[in-house]
Design a protein. Structure first.
Length: 75
C-alpha cells in the first residue's frame, strides 16, 4: 500500500506539468533529490531482488524524472 501511495502521488504532478509545461513553482532541489532517491531505492530493490520495491521506484522515478526534465527544459 505504501509503495502504491508514493508511486501514485507523482502522477497528478506529472500530468499537470506535461499539460501546462509550467514548473516555476516546483523546487529543483526537491526534484533532484526525489529522482536520486528513487534511483537508489531501485538499486537497493535490485540487490534484494524485491520486485515490489523495484517496480514502485522505477515508476516513481519515471514520473519524477519526467517532471525534472520539464523543470530543466521549461523552468
Amino acid at each position: 500500500i505504501a509503495a502504491m501511495c508514493t508511486t501514485l502521488a507523482y502522477v497528478p504532478q506529472a500530468i499537470k506539468t506535461i499539460r501546462t509545461k509550467q514548473t516555476r513553482d516546483l523546487s529543483l532541489a526537491l526534484l533532484i533529490l526525489i529522482t536520486t532517491g528513487t534511483l537508489f531505492w531501485t538499486i537497493y530493490g535490485i540487490l534484494l531482488m524485491d520486485w515490489i520495491l523495484i517496480l514502485a521506484n522505477v515508476l516513481t522515478g519515471s514520473f519524477s524524472c519526467t517532471v525534472l526534465i520539464y523543470k530543466l527544459r521549461f523552468g
